[in-house]
Each structure stands twice: as C-alpha cells, then as structure tokens.
Design a protein around this ligand. Sequence first.
Ligand code: IMP
Ligand code: MG
Length: 327
Amino acid sequence: MGATVVVDAFWGDSGKGKIAAYLAKRMDHPWCFRAGTGTNAGHSIYFKDGRTIKTHQLPGAIATSDKVAIGSGVAVNPKIFLKEVEEYGQGKDIFVDLRCPVILPEYIEQEQGRLKNEIGSTASGTGVTLSEFKLRKVKQAKDIEELVPYLCDNALLANMTCEAHKDIIIEGSQGTFLSLALSYDYPYVTSDNCTTAALVDDVGLNWQYIKNVILVVKTMPTRVGPGFLPHEMGAKQIQSLKIEEYGVTTGRLRRKARQIDMGLLAESIMLNGPTQIALTFCDHYGITNSLILADTIEDHFNIPVTILDKGKYFEDIEERGYGAILE
Ligand code: IMP
Ligand code: MG
C-alpha cells in the first residue's frame, strides 16, 4: 500500500486524468490528490453513456472517485474550484490544502500580454500566482471565506493515509518536458517542474510512501505553444489522418508528432523513475503499432507497459497483464 503517482512523459495532454480515474476505480476507494501547477491543465473524460467530465482544478479522478484533494503546491482559482465542485462534487469529500496559493483576477490579467503571446501560456493566472507565492505576496486558500468548508491539511491527509497502509493516487498535470527547471526549452515551459519528485512535493508526501510511478506515454506526443517537438507532422497531415486534437483550456489545435522519440523517452524515464508505463492514444497511432511499441518499450527499458488507452472513452482503457498495475 502507498502512493501511485501518475506522471506525463512529454508535453501533457496524454490522458493522465483518465488513467488516474481508471486507477481510482480499480483500487479500493483511494484518496486522489491533484498535484501540478494550477488551472492551466484541462482534463476531459468521456463515458459511453454520454457523461462527460471536464475539469481544470479538480483531478480527473473525480470522474470515478468520491475522495479528492488538492495539494498545497497547486494554485487554486476559487471560482473554478467552486464551479467544478458544484458540477461534479455533490456528496463527495473534496479538500483544498489550506496553504494553496490563490489565483486572483489581476494575475490572470497579467498573463494576457507577453506570457500568452510569446510563451503560449494558457493565461490561467497560474504562473503569476506561483511567482507571487515565491515573493510571499499571495493569499492562501485559508484566507478565502468561500473555501473554508473545504480546507484541510492535505499533506497530513496523504501521509496519514499511507501510514495507515492504504493506497493513494497522486495525479500530475502538464508534462515532464514542460518542467520549468528541467526542460531545455526555457522559456517555453510552464511555471514549475512536473516530474514525479515535483508532484510528490506538490502534495507534501514523504517519498518513502511512493509505491508505483505510472509514466503516461502518449503514442503520438502533442504540444501546445512553441518549442521543440521531434517528428512533428504538418497540420494538413494531422487533419487528413483525422487525428487532430484541440486544447481543452485554449481551444488551440495541438501540434502533433507522428511517433515518440526514444531518446526523449529514455530521458523522461531517467527523470521520473517509472515502475510502469501507460500507453495512450493507441487508436490514433494504430492498435497494432501500439502493441509493437509496447513490446519495444518493455524490451528496451525493462519497464512493464501495464495499461493501453485504445480510444476516446473511459471504457476503452485496457490492462495488459491483468493485476500487474496493483503490484
Ligand atoms: P502556462 O503554464 O499556462 O503558463 O503555459 C506555459 C506553456 O505550458 C504553454 O506552452 C502551454 O501550452 C503549456 N501548458 C500548460 N499547461 C498545460 C497542460 O496542462 N497541457 C499541455 N500544455 C500545457
Ligand atoms: Mg510544484
């Protein structure tokens, strides 16, 4: 028992939230913690019965879990939080760490210029909030009246839950190569690191409780905004293959690669230390190609590929080697 960390291998938008929701359903009612930077992320989860969950603040795990919490390193926008709680959180336990820095409208305003135009920022106010946090100028969740009913010490919650020999899930946002201090692409990065260690830090979990790290590898990596993207396809090719994707937060067409880059995967594995790999967007890459890729990755890196996401819907997730994900 302990923490399973769900971390993105490349530039995000890999379906981490969906994988975390799958794990939450598969495990025995774990607490699910949202890590990452702030509301710049967007999770969409579609069910075959027509139900759709779209969040920016709550973890994607809210789609299946009734116990979710936001780590103290994550910037919180009270308006977005309260709206998502109203929409998806009825009757559930939802906690915000009392120390979370709060996104103010003026911070969002400040991201409209250079950050949005040159860096391709989602202009969610996350970056300015985290920088003001470092300058020791922000309001924290405990200072906001509307958040009072949701306040908790989530670091304590995470550590005590693991101490009691129960499972928790830590769901990341963004992706490894958007990491502020680890990407070679600065300034085309997000406002903090997004690796396993950074996510665990966002929640305040003692590293000794980490049990599994699931690296979510998008078979055709995408990137929104400028910066390095090896094996990038042209927009026309993406559209002719009918595999275009649009950003949940910004509506922008995502840049897309025709395949993963093994060198970058090796680096992502080095930085994140995964115990397992989930391959996503297998329908875009082709199911046969994805199965070959899963074998190649296992041979090359000696890390089991335990999950395949084969389609748009939650129900399209399949396990490879049933039971392996819980070991
Ligand atoms: P910011 O974090 O909104 O300031 O954006 C900085 C860069 O990170 C931009 O290129 C964004 O497109 C990218 N980015 C931020 N959050 C996400 C995410 O959740 N998925 C993918 N890209 C993101
Ligand atoms: Mg952080």
